[in-house]
Design a protein. Structure first.
Length: 460
């Protein structure tokens, strides 16, 4: 190929590059944001725990416990497994399916006795420890700490779950999401402290749903305590228990809701979080606020629920506890706005059942924010922006929703056509006259340019 032709090709490439830059900057120029995708290089930690299956690896649960080390996971397939078991190692015991993986002691002993810290027992039906003395338990935590008991059905026992005894007690255990029904006592705390009991259904037990004896600083919340034959929750006069925090529970249709024998405990989570639902509460909800003196409902009774002189639920709930989380909804108009065009954002479809929405906060995704149910905003550049709306109700609960809005470039067809004609003329000039002048070497700098082309042909 001749030298002149090579130079012409480099010149043509250069001209086309200039044309592209000119078109991007002066004609198209949408100013679109660059979206960088974050690559997730997270590697799941592979478990080094021993895992065995009953009855595949061992015929009985107790045999599996006896043959594994601390930290092991024992998976139990569906079936009925008779006889009580003793857990004396830090293990995880998982049933295949709660209603069909059954441990039954047939009235002969505690169904599960836990003698080790840091165990998890999950997804079993635990039954038939026996309803009479010697007071067998569905699950008995004997002076142990940091255990988790979750998602079990516990029935047919003198005590459904017992934490601690008079020797030392148990602390920092979590009892959650269990169905504890048809026992004599649902949950019994004996010298137990710093435990959390939440999300449980404690119902139709023959005496108390929950009883506390010499047990302090426990947290009992989000439970439904229903239809128990004596008290929903009792602290007997002979077994003082104090500084327990009890809130967001539903005390429904127990023979008596509660008795504390005058020992001081905490019965609400302050305002606006609230206290407990009491099916025998007779108050009304016409006000809201810390003092319950502002017109408007908030799902909290205007007067306290008085248990005794030392125990008062200052913010009783008007209906069974549920998180009164508002629903955030908004529409925008126009849906395909242009740069500088005002956009109306309307959140009037947002709602909150039983608690008034008090705040609407907008983030337009371009560094600007606003407050109010209906607001307007204009974008100064084209591109896609994520708009978020956060609504908050008078209970202090919030919800958030987002939408993506695409802002269009505002040039009309006439502007684009004129710019294209100008660009075409300039490009034609570069291509035609540039090539002609190059061949004739009329520029004194042409020789220098040619040397650069030959020395660095790929740099232009």
């Amino acid at each position: 190929m001749k030298t002149g032709m090579i130079a012409d090709m480099h010149l043509l490439n250069f001209v086309l590059l200039m044309f592209t830059v000119f078109f991007e900057v002066f004609v198209y120029s949408p100013n679109l944001p660059i979206n960088l995708t974050n690559l997730d290089f997270t590697v799941n930690n592979s478990s080094t725990s021993q895992t065995v299956i009953v009855p595949t690896d061992f015929q009985s649960i107790q045999e599996a416990i006896n043959n594994v080390a601390n930290g092991a996971v024992i998976l139990v397939k569906k079936g009925v497994y008779y006889g009580g078991i003793v857990i004396n190692k830090s293990i995880t015991l998982l049933g295949e399916e709660r209603d069909f993986t059954i441990i039954d002691s047939n009235g002969s002993s505690d169904v599960i006795t836990v003698l080790s810290n840091s165990c998890t027992i999950c997804s079993f039906t635990i039954r038939n420890g026996g309803m009479s003395y010697p007071a067998n338990c569905g699950i008995k935590l004997c002076n142990v700490d940091n255990n988790i008991i979750c998602n079990n059905t516990i029935t047919g026992n003198f005590v459904g779950i017992k934490l601690g005894d008079k020797q030392r007690g148990s602390k920092a255990n979590i009892i959650k999401y269990n169905n504890i029904t048809g026992n004599r006592y649902g949950i019994f705390l004996d010298h137990a402290s710093l435990n959390e009991i939440y999300g449980n259904l404690i119902s139709k037990n023959l005496w108390n749903g929950i009883e506390l004896a010499w047990s302090n600083n426990n947290k009992i919340y989000n439970n439904t305590i229903c239809c128990n034959k004596a008290y929903g929750l009792e602290i007997p006069i002979a077994t003082p228990s104090i500084k327990n925090i009890i809130y967001h529970n539903n005390f429904i249709n127990n023979t008596l809701s509660t008795s504390t024998s005058g020992y001081k405990n905490i019965w609400d989570d302050g305002y606006p979080s609230g206290g407990n639902y009491w099916s025998d509460y007779k108050g009304v909800d016409e006000k809201f606020g810390v003092q319950q003196n502002i017109n408007g409902c908030d799902g909290i009774g205007d007067s306290p629920y008085i248990i005794d002189a030392n125990n008062v639920d200052m913010y009783p709930l008007m209906s069974p506890f549920k998180l009164l989380i508002p629903i955030a909804v908004f529409v925008l108009s126009p849906e395909n706005p242009k740069i500088g065009e005002p956009v109306t954002f309307n959140a009037s479809l947002s709602f909150s059942d039983g608690a008034t929405i008090t705040s609407y906060h907008w983030d337009f995704g371009d560094g600007n924010t606003a407050v109010g149910q209906i607001v307007k905003h204009a974008y100064l550049s084209a591109g896609k922006f994520t708009v978020s709306l956060t609504v908050t109700n008078c209970r202090g609960l919030s919800a958030k929703t987002t939408k993506t809005i695409a802002i269009q470039y505002s040039l009309n067809c006439k502007d684009v056509a004129i710019k294209c004609i100008v660009v075409g003329a300039i490009t034609g000039f570069f291509v035609f006259f540039g090539r002609h002048l190059w061949k004739r070497r009329t520029f004194k700098v042409s020789m220098v340019f040619e040397k650069i082309l030959y020395k660095f042909p790929n740099k232009i």
